[in-house]
Write a protein that binds this ligand. Sequence first.
Ligand code: GLY
Ligand code: MN
Length: 443
Amino acid sequence: MDTQHPDLHPLFADHVATLKARADKALLRSGHDHLVIAAGQPHYQFLDDRDYPFCVNPHFKHWLPVTKAPGSWIAYTPGRRPKLVYLQPRDYWHAVPETPAGYWVEHFDVEIVREAKDARAHLPNDAARCAILGEANAALDGFAPNNPADVLDYLHWHRSTKTPYELAMMRVASRIGARAHRAAERAFRAGVSELDIHFAYMAAARQTDNELPYGNIVALNEHCAVLHYTDLAHAPPAHLRSFLIDAGASFHGYACDITRTYAAHDAGEFQALVDAVDAAQQGFCAKVRAGQSYPELHVHAHHVLAGILREHGFIRMSAESAVESGVSSAFFPHGLGHPIGLQVHDVAGFQASDAGGTIARPPGHPYLRMTRTLEPGMVVTIEPGLYFIDLLLADLKQKPTAKDVDWDKVDAFRKYGGIRIEDDVACTEDDPENLTRDAFAAL
Ligand code: GLY
Ligand code: MN
């Protein structure tokens, strides 16, 4: 999307109006007069003068598409235009943040400051009347983030409902990610190393490691069994069998999170398993509908994946007993997915209401990151997987159920590592919108 596209103006105007209305209610509930949000300050490495990559406060980038302006602030008082206090430091060592420009600027009163401490003069006088969201290191003299729980609970809960503007940003992020995934697949087919696949991905996304929403997982062969493998081997393996890539992209502060698994051309038995997981995954995506309990969908996924394990000859027990006995968890040891948006693992996945509270995970599913019931406007990932993980298989081998596992078959698949297929899916009033599949289809 052309970011200057005229349609962004009304979309963004409505987005800001929604954020103001949410802030009004959050402040009414907490009894504060102002909402103040710190972009944040860099963190420094221990005993060093080098800073970690700057990661902006997600509350800040919710209000405007600015991710690289440490020391800046947003101040909002109900009934008034929000104010952006924007730090453009006198600095000849580093690039100075660009002067605010674009479709969003007209919605803010912009105050430029040259030193971080000068922001204080443009923020509300009485800190005690402010809900101040941010990290401790953003504090100014007498003005420290207090992060009121009731304000955060309210804002986090409602952040799950994406505005049309946010969905537009996520569609663009998905298009960038899909394009880069295609480039990565081509690099895999050409036989290059994990590192070179990663470089091909970044070149196609035109994003650096620090701009991507999370560290790319680029795994060949057995490495596909490591759920968060980020080592990036520098040399290609002698024989290519499988390729798992879990990599996203960012656009104006919003993330996509996409995983694909490919078989080498001579890995037909593995390709059949990839196809089965892919078909199952699309079935789960189709269930992203209003009123669907996400934990129930996760448990349903266990049953379907256990059925695949049985059909493909890895286990001899029924799918039901594989789920009940925990055998399915040895092959699918993570959650079905998570909320996504401003953060790749977005907030409020467990929240019971806009007043806080927690919806517990179902027993036996310790890694599920989403226990809520789906509502229109939510975006979640759907990322089932089947893996051959030595550590978990060794545990399984010690259990009575091990007798119903075909270990020769399992052992033959260890060299492929595993499979994960992940899409980002928006829940609507009607059919789900699969941001990821739509993005691939549009390439
Ligand atoms: N994309 C990595 C994850 O969802 O954990
Ligand atoms: Mn994910």
